[in-house]
Each structure stands twice: as structure tokens, then as C-alpha cells.
Design a protein around this ligand. Structure first.
Ligand code: ADP
Ligand code: MG
Length: 878
């Protein structure tokens, strides 16, 4: 055997080499095959069998494969595991290749590179989430971030200095981040959960970017979209270049870029997002997050919009007020809201259907989705009538004027078209005269076959004779072997031509039957061809109106979100917050939507609480003390969530709320476990706290929960103390600060604007009862030991803790220095519960006598006298 690779293997290796960094799916008939290292890696990742095929350079070639029809699920598994996949298709019919010679190989080429940020297939995407591809570029001292969702066409860009990158990525949660080679942004990408893709510097060339973007949007100049910095152009250009690379020239439908101002949204960094569990719970899933608790949207587009608004609450008062007005209007008209939601529920995801059509990955159902979406849209516009509320009126406008397209799709498509274009059957009768005629021929043929079967039965007398069809023989006549003899003998054998004998059956054909078959086949092929043309025509008609259709999709999402907020507000008794440019933060009867929901499921009620951080002379910082489990963390977070919901344009879980625009929101919890990154928890805590002290401005809202907990008591207290003073004097922001250091309550007397608050508990027969009620004032004590008992600590430990606490507290009262000195006096721990300390009686007469005496000053004689005296005292008292 020679070492020369086979022609097919040579082709494989050439394609393999041209597509480094990706697994190669090499199409062979009904399978995508993988070879060599790809096969080894993929078989392990997918848990599929690894086999061999032939040899290369004397070694067996490892191979594995996945069926084409179920390839999407394998693709998804691979992408999730961090692979990229290049898909090489057969570019011609194998028959074509055979014509060139027995040994020639079917032409193949990579038609697409599948990466986490460039998915469009419905099965690979989460309907209710965006799938962003981001790109970060630096040109000289200037940096920018661009991001695109090719499944919806959304494309945005903003200036982004390096320190802002992590928080911005946290906001968009892109699946993939493009950077220049050697940019060293692995950690930031990892933190954001994005796959990192390094591109050569040429991809980020800002000059080339102008050309690439011009081609992408088919414009001479980008001036019409706004003016962009070099860095912004570079970031967008890299995206355009990467799309060309991965989509192999078939460009997705991307809307013109929108430039986002840096101060447009409330800034929320990654730690804060995590901590507040905005879109993901700390446990990892969506369940338990704010998003899961408040999402009442009925369309995927509405859900994506909600996620965006929660991730980036607005800082624009006009925008917030306009959105609130729409929600308020719908709250007041529950009938309209219900009708709207009913209609919205029947509107499919037009954004994603549109993007698949543009990429030539669409099918008849995508056309039907556009039809249904626009039809529902028109109905919704009619329901809104000439509504005066700006947001709703604007949406209604975007939903009208699509009648021509709706009519076209309506008369062209059947009611429930099939998924694939391949088998036809989606075109409605009456749309194309040619098609109708061809279909008639085809169907008549089928009718003729039924008649033919009856004729043959009469002719042969074989009643069990049947005309059947399979893919190998086409149409054939079939009888059982016992009846076949007649047909194999004259005169019948002149007409019935034997084709095949199976175990029990004998199969024949006739000249008439094969002629008819040809006619049917021709008609069928012709019908399919016409349907393909119809599909192309309809797709073009849709894409010609891609702009307005996309606009309509966004209008549906906006209405859905307003209605969802309204439904939530009425269902949960939420109210419209007053949002203005002040620094107020006044919440009456505030609740935590996620905790409340969890309690409700257990049949418990949430205790609503007020919070008043007011501008001007009155306090802007609350120092919250109270025992563990009292509800401090819940209170802190609920106020942060209320601010987010208010600026997202929704109502809030409170009886009343007045919020001065929050520019930045910070939330930190002491001693967060971060072992995964191998940093000490205390270090993490301090790094995160430093970020706040360095950044928070006077419109920020800062939530600090037990900062300083990660280190020794006195260190922790000192740090918490100093942080508080800094927030007060330098940042001058609004803040809620929960602490278990009672010592800090003294700060309120020294710092104007700092006020103590506590979460009330009651003690009853030695047990603590949580009232979950936040009040002004400092907690009287911490109740930690009682809480420990509730948690099921062994009684011996609880008792012991009481003793120690008692010792420490009495030390504090006396102002004794180090508590450790007092602890030296404590008897040793015993496994059995320590007996309650016996109340000490008055000193006895003997003791009193001894205490009064100084041994250094008495003589031997006096000592002896004393012994007699004491002895007598003892006998007296006995
Ligand atoms: P802390 O931070 O003071 O230790 P948490 O905020 O973690 O306390 O709250 C402990 C538990 O108390 C929560 O899991 C919740 O079930 C309950 N809780 C907290 N706040 C309230 C409230 N306002 N009403 C009812 N239950 C509450
Ligand atoms: Mg807590």
C-alpha cells in the first residue's frame, strides 16, 4: 500500500488546512464525518463512537460522524463546549463528479463557520435571549465596543475605555468577543462568559472598516449613520470582517449601527449584576433571578427587550416617563391589555425568521411567521386606534402599512406550511397558474394508477395484486409468489415484465406503468422547481421590506413589554414610581419581588418596608443593624431592584416610590465565596469595594452588605468604618450599609446624613422571633446565639457560646482592653453541657476574716492565734 493519500483524503486535508481552529464537518452523503484529531476530540465531546477509515502515512485514520438530519443538536453540544465548527458541504451532485471520471472526488467547500456568536438556527438559540457577538478595538488611545445580534440584526457601538469593558460585557453578556491578536483579554472574556476570538490586526483596520461597512450596508458613505471615531469604526469593521469569514459571503441582515452614548444607561458592574441576581440566579440558572420573577411577556421579542431594559435601565427621564405612561395607560385599561396580550401571543418571532431568510437558511415556516406576525400586528394597531400615548402610538404606526406583503403571503402560502422547502407543498393553490397545472398532471397520474390497478386485477384475476412505490424501483406491480405463476407464463408474461423476486413477493412492471411513472415524476420535479421559484420570490418580497418588517417586530416587542409590565403591576399591586432629577430615594411599603414570590409559594407573607434616603439636609445613608436572618440583605437588595425597575420604565413593588435618577448602582456582599478564581475572598471583597470608592458619584446608589466580614473582627470593623466615612465625605452618594458591627452605630451621631436603622426582632422565652420590620434606630443586641440555636447547633455549643458572649460583653462594659484576656478566665469547654454557674453567696465570716489580713505583716505567734480563731469560727457556723 502506498503512502499517497486517496484523492478524497487529499481534498479533506486541503480544506482542513484552510480552516484552522475549527472542527471540520466534512459532508459525505447523509453524514458529516470528522477525521484525525477532530474525530478524537468530537467523539469524546459528543460521546459517540470513534472508528477508523483507511490509513494515512501508514497509520489508521480515526473517524467519527453525525447524521446530517440531526446535526443541529450535535452542533449545539459542540458550541456549548467551546468548539467552533467549519461545515464543508458537497458543492455538486455526485453524478457530476462521476462524469469527470471514476476517480474524481465530489467538489466540497466550507460554506459556513459556526461559532458561539454567529448562530441563527432556532434550535441553537434561546428564544427569549439575545445572542450577541461583540468586538473590542483600540486605536491609539481610544477604545470602542461594538456588538451585533445576527439573529435579530441589532447592531450597536459605543466608546469604551478599557476599564469600562468588563462592566459593558456584563451588561450585554455576549457569547463571543472579537479582539486583536495578543490583546490579553482572556480574563475579561472568561469573566463575562464569552468565547474569545483573536483576529489578525488587519481585521481591525479602521480604513478597511469603512469599505467593509459600506459593502455590508450597501452605501457609499457611512455619514448617514452618524459620525464614528476610528476605534468605533475598527470595532464595527472587525465584526463585518468576521461575518464575511464565518458566513462565507452570504451576509446576514444587519440594521445600520446605532451609536450609544456612554452615559445613556444606569451603570451596573458585573459584581452588582451577579449579586442582585438580575438575569441569572447565583445558583446559575434563570430561575430565582429578577428576570424570571417579573417576566410576563408573551413573545420572545418582548422577553429579549425586557432582559435588555433590566440589564441597562435608562438614565433618560423623557424615555423613562414615556415608557411609564404606556404602562400606566394599559394598567387603567385591563380589557385592552388582555386583548393585546391575546393577539401578541399569536405573533411569532419575526426578527429571527427575517434573519434566517436573509441568510438563506429560512424555510416556508419563516415566511408564515412573517405573515402571522404582520397580520397580528395589523390587528394590534387597530386595537390601539388613535391612542395618544406616544410609545403605543409610535408602535401602532410601525405596525401599519404592511397590507401588500400580508396579502401576497396570504394568497401564496397554505395555512400550515411544512418546515422544509425541499419537499414543496407550501404554495397555496391559485397563486401560480403554472404550478396548479403541473400539480393537476401529477395528481391525475396518481388517480390513473388507482384505475390501472383495478384493470390489472380484472385482467389477471389476481385480486391481491397491488401497485406500489418505493425509492429503488419507483412504481411496480406486486403479487404473492403463489399468484405470480400465471403472470410469468404466456400470454400474460408478454405484458407483465418481471422486475424482482423477494422472499414472498414477485414484482412486475408494464410499459404503460413506466410511461405513466415518468409523467408523474416529471410533473413532480417540475412542481418542486416552480415551488422553489415561488419561495425565492416570496423571500425577496419579504427582504425588500426588511426594514419596515424589522420595525414592526420591534413595535410588537415594545407593546408586549408595556403590557407585561402592566399585567405585573395590576396582578402584584405595584405602583408607578415618581422618577426625577433629584437625589431622593423614598420608598413606602417596598417589597423584594423574588423573595416575596418564594414566600408566597410557601403560604407566607412578605413584610413591606420603607426606606427614606433623602436629598438635602436629611440623611442619605442608612446604617442597618440587626441579627442574622432578620432580613437585612433582603431589604438592601429590594431597594436596588426597585431603582432598576423604575428606570427600566416599569412599575415598582412598593406602595409609593420617589426616586431621583440613579447614575450608577453598586452592590457588594462581604466574604463572597470566589474560590473558583483562586483569590482570597477577602481580597475580592476589597477589590470590589475599592471599585466603588473610586467610581461612585453623587447620583450613585451603593448597597454594602456586611463589608469587612472577610477578615478578623477589628480589621473588619476598622475597614467598614473607614469605607463608610469615605462614602459620606467623598462619594456623597446614597447608600445602604448593613453591618453586624454594633460599634458603627456611633457614626450616626458624628456624621450628618447618616442614620441608624434596624430590623426588628422580638425575644420570647429565650427564642428570637423575626419581625422583618425595618425601623429607625440601632439594634439593641445581636441575638446571634439565639439564631445559632434555631439553626440546630448542639445545645452544648449554644450554652458555651452564651458563656463566652457574657464574658465578652461584661468586658466591654468595664472597658477592659483585649477581650482575650477575659477569655482566659473562662473554664474549659466540657462535652457535657456546662452546669449553670451557681449564684455566689455572700462571703463567709472565715473568708471575710482572711481577706482583711496581710500575711506579710503578722508574726508567727499571731498566725497561730489566727488558726485557733478560724477553727472556732468554723465550729460556730457548723
Ligand atoms: P439577613 O441578611 O439579615 O441575615 P436575609 O435578608 O438574608 O437576612 O433574610 C433572611 C430570610 O428572612 C429570607 O430568606 C426571607 O425568607 C426572610 N425575610 C427577609 N425579609 C423579609 C420580609 N421583609 N418579610 C418576610 N420575610 C423576610
Ligand atoms: Mg445578610
Amino acid at each position: 500500500m502506498s503512502d499517497q493519500p486517496t484523492p478524497m483524503m487529499a481534498q479533506y486535508l486541503a480544506i482542513r488546512e484552510a480552516n484552522p481552529g475549527a472542527l471540520l464537518f466534512y459532508r459525505m452523503g447523509d453524514f458529516y464525518e470528522m477525521f484525525f484529531d477532530d474525530a478524537v476530540a468530537a467523539s469524546a465531546a459528543l460521546d459517540i463512537a470513534l472508528t477508523r477509515r483507511g490509513t494515512h502515512l501508514g497509520e489508521p485514520i480515526p473517524m467519527c460522524g453525525v447524521p446530517v438530519h440531526s446535526a443541529e443538536s450535535y452542533l449545539l453540544a459542540l458550541i456549548r463546549k467551546g468548539f467552533r465548527v467549519a461545515i464543508a458541504e458537497q458543492m455538486e451532485d455526485p453524478a457530476e463528479a462521476r462524469k469527470r471520471g471514476a476517480k474524481s472526488v465530489v467538489a466540497r467547500d466550507v460554506v459556513r463557520l459556526v461559532t458561539p456568536g454567529t448562530l441563527t438556527e432556532e434550535s441553537l438559540l434561546e428564544a427569549r435571549r439575545h445572542n450577541f457577538l461583540a468586538s473590542f478595538a483600540t486605536v491609539r488611545d481610544d477604545s470602542a465596543l461594538a456588538w451585533v445580534d445576527i439573529s435579530t440584526g441589532e447592531f450597536r457601538v459605543m466608546p469604551c475605555p478599557l476599564p469600562r469593558l468588563a462592566p459593558e460585557l456584563a451588561r450585554h453578556a455576549p457569547r463571543e468577543l472579537l479582539v486583536t491578536e495578543g490583546a490579553r483579554l482572556e480574563d475579561i472574556a472568561l469573566e463575562a462568559g464569552a468565547a474569545l476570538t483573536e483576529l489578525p490586526a488587519g481585521s481591525f483596520d479602521s480604513g478597511a472598516a469603512i469599505r467593509r461597512l459600506g459593502a455590508l450596508f450597501n452605501v457609499e458613505t457611512l455619514d448617514g449613520f452618524g459620525s464614528f471615531s476610528r476605534a468605533e469604526l475598527a470595532a464595527m469593521g472587525a465584526i463585518a470582517d468576521y461575518l464575511e469569514l464565518t458566513q462565507k459571503g452570504r451576509m446576514p441582515l444587519i440594521r445600520p449601527p446605532v451609536r450609544e452614548a456612554m452615559g445613556g444607561a444606569m451603570q451596573i458592574d458585573a459584581a452588582t449584576r451577579r449579586n442582585l441576581e438580575l438575569t441569572q440566579a447565583l445558583s446559575g440558572g434563570r430561575e430565582g433571578s429578577l428576570l424570571a420573577a417579573i417576566d410576563r411577556s408573551v413573545t420572545a421579542g418582548g422577553a429579549r427587550l425586557l432582559e435588555r431594559r433590566i440589564s441597562a435601565p435608562s438614565r433618560n427621564l423623557d424615555e423613562i416617563h414615556a415608557r411609564q405612561a404606556a404602562v400606566a395607560h394599559l394598567v387603567e385599561d385591563p380589557r385592552l391589555t388582555a386583548d393585546l396580550r391575546e393577539a401578541l401571543g399569536r405573533a411569532p418571532d419575526m426578527d429571527r425568521a427575517l434573519s434566517r431568510l436573509a441568510l438563506d437558511r429560512g424555510g416556508p415556516r419563516d415566511l408564515a411567521a412573517i405573515r402571522a406576525g404582520l397580520t397580528q400586528g395589523a390587528a394590534i394597531a387597530a386595537m390601539l386606534g388613535d391612542d395618544q400615548i406616544a410609545v403605543l402610538a409610535g408602535a401602532a404606526r410601525d405596525l401599519t402599512g404592511h397590507d401588500a406583503l400580508i396579502d401576497l403571503l396570504d394568497q401564496a402560502l397554505v395555512a400550515e406550511p411544512p418546515l422544509l422547502t425541499r419537499d414543496g407543498g407550501f404554495t397555496a393553490p391559485g397563486h401560480d397558474a403554472d404550478l396548479d397545472e403541473t400539480r393537476r398532471l401529477r395528481d391525475e397520474g396518481r388517480g390513473v394508477i388507482a384505475g390501472m390497478q383495478a384493470d390489472y386485477i380484472a385482467e389477471t384475476g389476481v385480486t391481491s395484486l397491488k401497485i406500489k412505490h418505493n425509492n429503488v424501483l419507483g412504481y411496480f406491480i406486486e403479487t404473492t409468489a403463489t399468484h405470480a405463476e400465471k403472470m410469468l407464463a404466456p400470454p400474460l408474461n408478454a405484458r407483465f415484465i418481471h422486475r424482482q423476486t423477494t422472499a414472498n413477493q414477485i414484482r412486475f412492471t408494464t410499459v404503460e406503468l413506466s410511461e405513466l411513472e415518468t409523467r408523474i415524476l416529471n410533473a413532480r420535479d417540475r412542481a418542486l422547481e416552480i415551488e422553489r421559484e415561488v419561495f425565492a420570490r416570496l423571500t425577496r418580497a419579504v427582504l425588500d421590506r426588511a426594514g419596515p418588517v424589522g420595525q414592526a417586530a420591534r413595535a410588537l416587542a415594545e407593546i408586549d413589554l408595556s403590557a407585561a409590565f402592566a399585567d405585573l403591576a395590576s396582578g402584584e399591586g405595584w405602583s408607578r414610581p415618581q422618577v426625577d432629577a433629584s437625589r431622593a430615594f423614598m420608598i413606602e411599603g417596598g417589597r423584594h419581588p423574588v423573595v416575596e414570590r418564594a414566600l408566597k409559594r410557601k403560604g407566607e407573607t412578605f413584610v413591606a418596608n420603607d426606606c427614606a434616603l433623602t436629598e438635602g439636609e436629611t440623611p442619605a445613608i442608612w446604617l442597618l443593624t440587626g441579627p442574622n436572618m432578620a432580613g437585612k440583605s433582603t431589604f438592601l437588595r429590594q431597594n436596588a431592584l426597585i431603582a432598576i425597575l423604575a428606570q427600566a420604565g416599569g412599575f415598582v413593588p412598593a406602595a409609593r416610590a420617589h426616586i431621583g435618577l440613579v447614575s450608577q448602582l453598586f452592590s457588594r456582599v462581604g466574604a463572597a465565596d470566589d474560590l473558583a478564581r483562586g483569590r482570597s475572598t477577602f481580597m475580592v471583597e476589597m477589590v470590589e469595594t475599592a471599585a466603588i470608592l473610586n467610581q461612585a458619584d453623587d447620583h450613585a446608589l451603593v448597597i454594602l452588605d456586611e463589608i469587612g466580614r472577610g477578615t478578623a473582627t477589628w480589621d473588619g470593623l476598622s475597614i467598614a468604618w473607614a469605607v463608610m466615612e469615605h462614602l459620606h465625605a467623598r462619594n456623597r452618594c446614597r447608600a445602604l450599609f448593613a453591618t453586624h458591627y454594633h460599634e458603627m452605630t456611633a457614626l450616626s451621631a458624628r456624621l450628618p446624613g447618616v442614620e441608624n436603622a434596624t430590623v426588628a426582632v422580638r425575644e420570647w422565652e429565650g427564642e428570637v422571633i423575626f419581625m422583618h420590620e425595618v425601623r429607625k434606630g440601632a439594634a439593641d443586641r445581636s441575638y446571634g446565639v439565639q439564631v445559632a440555636r434555631l439553626a440546630g447547633l448542639p445545645p452544648a455549643v449554644v450554652e458555651r457560646a452564651r458563656e463566652i458572649l457574657h464574658q465578652l460583653e461584661s468586658g466591654e462594659d468595664k472597658g477592659a482592653g483585649r477581650p482575650a484576656a477575659l477569655l482566659d478566665d473562662l473554664p474549659l469547654f466540657r462535652a457535657a453541657p456546662a452546669p449553670a454557674p451557681v449564684a455566689r453567696a455572700q462571703p463567709s465570716a472565715v473568708e471575710a476574716r482572711l481577706r482583711d489580713l496581710n500575711p506579710d505583716t503578722i508574726t508567727a505567734r499571731e498566725a497561730l492565734d489566727l488558726v485557733y480563731e478560724l477553727s472556732a469560727m468554723l465550729t460556730d457556723s457548723a
